[in-house]
Design a protein around this ligand. Structure first.
Ligand code: ATP
Ligand code: MG
Length: 420
């Protein structure tokens, strides 16, 4: 689990506010759910046979001897909250969330035990067009942030019946070649065979080149739904590649599955993953309700943005990490001056200006050197004499120009001067 330090957080905050604005424009509302849930929610919502539930959850018994889990993902919690508060009886819900998630995995670049996701869930959305819309929501957010080198991979997992048929075909094909499978995949043959498609083992991947694909198993109906998603994306000009081995691995996922990957990330290349989960809401106790969503990994996004910023120091990604300097640096010394300076900084800040106040009481020369280093545009200078007269000296720090005196009472005059 990692600390996020002020330097890095500049970019995080810029991404979070861009995301917030992006979702607001698209009519998606934020939801915040607790980080701790009953373990059972994830066992039912994600599935016992998945890696996340099988070996990655932080679970413990609380003082009331109830099994609790630090949330490993957001979807199950969002659905629980929507059901618990009757949100679905009010119609479709377009929701987004962001926050920390916890998985006990081997930490490496782009993989932490506490990581952060921004996610979107559109509950009650049935059409192929809604799939296109949520994918576009992710794609456009990433593009707007200045992320280049992205690829959208797309697959259809078909209907429950399609998957059942495919599962049988895959299992019987793989059983004849079980010797060539890695240990994890061999175990999944009985527990969660579709997840084998997602194996990161090279030899297994090579073997799968020849395996029957989901695309062959799709019914006519599923196939035409998938075509509608593809033509929707094409009409928006969003490029994609079909990846017949892309799976979400859970029983409740069906039809559209997608991932957005970056060529900047090496092994952990997926920045965003999502798809349709028409079975989940019913599984968690609601009425059968279609839904589609995605989650984006913030840490991986940050790695991509760092690379983009390094490649183009003038570009959008680089601008995200710019820390604006203070507009004014208040140089002050003397008993009366220090009190007046504090009040002046406070008034300016209340008008939205970024003001740094030197609190050292050091000699003026020292304070001026700090003012220069701060990057502020103006020094506001107060000694006891100025304070006595109710004035402040205003001195440009970078631009050429005369030092001027300004009345402290005339706050708007002062603001006009240092905003010029
Ligand atoms: P992976 O195959 O990389 O483990 P996943 O399928 O487990 O990904 P999802 O559950 O789909 O991932 O989560 C969505 C996104 O969250 C991922 O695409 C990734 O960007 C991010 N993510 C998932 N696990 C981690 C982690 N341990 N550390 C950092 N980011 C993560
Ligand atoms: Mg994972």
């Amino acid at each position: 689990m990692v600390d996020l330090l002020p330097d890095a957080l500049q970019r995080w905050q810029a991404v979070e506010s861009a995301a917030q604005e992006h979702f607001r424009c698209a009519g998606f509302a934020e939801i915040r759910t607790p980080m701790l849930e009953a373990t059972d929610l994830f066992c039912r919502g994600i599935g016992e046979a998945t890696d996340v539930v099988g070996k990655e959850m932080y679970s413990f018994n609380d003082r009331g001897d109830r099994s609790c889990t630090l949330r490993p993902e957001g979807t199950a919690s969002v659905v629980r909250a929507a059901l618990q508060h009757g949100l679905l009886s009010q119609g479709q819900q377009r929701l987004w969330y962001c926050g920390p998630m916890f998985r006990y995995e081997r930490p490496q670049a782009g993989r932490q035990r506490q990581f952060h996701q921004i996610g979107v869930e559109w509950l009650g959305a049935e059409s192929a067009r809604s799939d296109v819309e949520v994918i576009a929501l992710a794609w456009d957010l990433l593009a707007q942030l200045g992320v280049g080198g992205l690829a959208l991979e797309l697959n259809s997992l078909g209907s429950t019946e399609d998957r059942q048929a495919y599962r049988q075909a895959l299992v019987s094909w793989l059983e004849q070649r079980a010797d060539a499978l890695d240990d994890d995949s061999r175990q999944r043959l009985s527990s969660n065979p579709l997840r084998i498609l997602d194996s990161k083992n090279k030899q297994t991947q090579d073997l799968l080149e020849q395996a029957p694909t989901l695309a062959d198993a799709l019914s006519t109906e599923s196939r035409s739904r998938f075509e509608a998603v593809q033509s929707g994306l094409a009409s928006l000009g969003i490029p994609f590649q079909l990846n017949p081995r892309l799976v979400r691995g859970l029983d409740y996922y069906g039809h559209t599955a997608f991932e957005i990957t970056s060529d900047q990330l090496g092994a952990q290349a997926t920045v965003c993953g999502g798809g349709r989960y028409n079975g989940l809401i019913a599984e968690l106790g609601g009425a059968m309700t279609p839904a589609v969503g995605w989650a984006l990994g913030m840490e991986r996004l940050m790695l991509v943005l760092e690379a983009a910023a390094a490649a183009d120091p003038e570009g959008a990604a680089a601008r995200l990490a710019l820390v604006p300097a203070a507009q004014a640096y208040v140089v002050n010394r003397g008993d009366k001056a220090e009190l007046v300076a504090m009040a002046l900084a406070r008034s300016l800040r209340s008008k939205g200006l970024k003001v740094e106040l030197d609190g050292s009481g050091a000699a003026f020369g020292k304070q001026f050197r700090r003012a220069d280093r701060s990057g502020a545009g103006w020094a506001l200078v107060l000694g006891d004499e100025e304070a006595e007269r109710g004035e402040v000296r205003v001195k440009p720090l970078h631009e050429q120009g005369e030092e001027q005196s300004c009345s402290i009472q005339d706050l708007s005059g002062l603001i006009a001067l240092i905003s010029s």
